[in-house]
Design a protein around this ligand. Sequence first.
Ligand SMILES: [Mg+2]
Length: 261
Amino acid sequence: MATISIPACTSALLLDIEGTTTPITFVKDILFPYIREHLEEYLSTHWEEDECKQDVHLLKKQIEEDMRQHRSCPVHTVDQTVHTDEEKAIREVMDNVLWQMAADRKSTALKQLQGHMWRSAYSSGRIKGEVYQDVIPSLKRWREQGLKVYIYSSGSVEAQKLLFGYSEEGDVLDLLDGHFDTSIGAKVERKSYERIAERIGFQPEEITFLTDVTREAKAAEEAGVNVVVVVRSGNMELTDDERSHYSLVTSFSQLEVTGRV
Ligand SMILES: [Mg+2]
């Protein structure tokens, strides 16, 4: 694929993570399975610690809320191997977490516990954040050209910082100027991109957003943000219309900022 020029007025790049800086499989095949496989061990080890107690408290509040709203909840059938109250309580929390994950719930309670488990996995070296080979050299090049670089991902800011703080290339957080997650708004809504522009102090047209998802690209475009769609193996296929409408790159190294050194 040929080089794509981003407008000379570009001052900031806004990057999606999944399918853009990082393979979608990293989240699907590494991060989420890690939670399922280490949940019991994590809860048993940290059960008495304040942070874990707060996580469990938040999950219980979520369960109560779900029951009030008549959302389906798992039925606890506690098996014979469970003896103590603590074991029983851990099983109940596990049931709920696994159920929420299977239902692809995005509750704050779930995200908070996952965030703490991932932090422990990253900081102990059990997980390293995956980034495509072209990402770090491009971030360095853009910053040398005086561009700012921000992340906008549906993963929490905390999870984003773990990925880049414990990446395969080491701690690369100092290559990033800031992080946004869905607390600023959904990625498919125009307003979110307007808010980000306001927050970072640039006009929408001074920002170039890189994503693999065309619904996000469309929303950014509606806000007046320049958009480049990233095509990586394993990403969702684009339609012919989408291919002809958007600027496409398969690697960040194809992006050229015109009029900059
Ligand atoms: Mg994505």
